[in-house]
Design a protein. Structure first.
Length: 87
């Protein structure tokens, strides 16, 4: 989760795609250079769980915003992949 947040903050689109599970991966990720990621706060991440609840704060055109999500991950061959956001 933290590595994906860092990838968003740095505009590392290829890492985002590479860490996205093949079953839900989009064909591309378009990062917006106007978005400035400020902070990531992990609210819940239990050992052995495939879910991470977080709040990410970002600034867009001078205004602060928050993104809240309960992300699901899947472990394959010793690597974690982002699957989707729990609905």
């Amino acid at each position: 989760m933290r590595s994906r947040y860092s990838a968003y903050a740095l505009g590392e689109e290829q890492y985002l795609l590479d860490s996205w599970h093949a079953s839900t991966r989009p064909s591309s990720v378009d990062s917006d250079p106007a978005v400035k990621w400020i902070r990531l706060k992990i609210l819940r991440a239990e050992s052995g769980s495939d879910q991470v609840e977080f709040v990410a704060t970002f600034r867009l055109h001078g205004k602060a915003h928050r993104l809240s999500e309960n992300s699901r991950f899947i472990l394959e061959d010793g690597e974690w992949f982002y699957l989707d956001a729990e609905k």
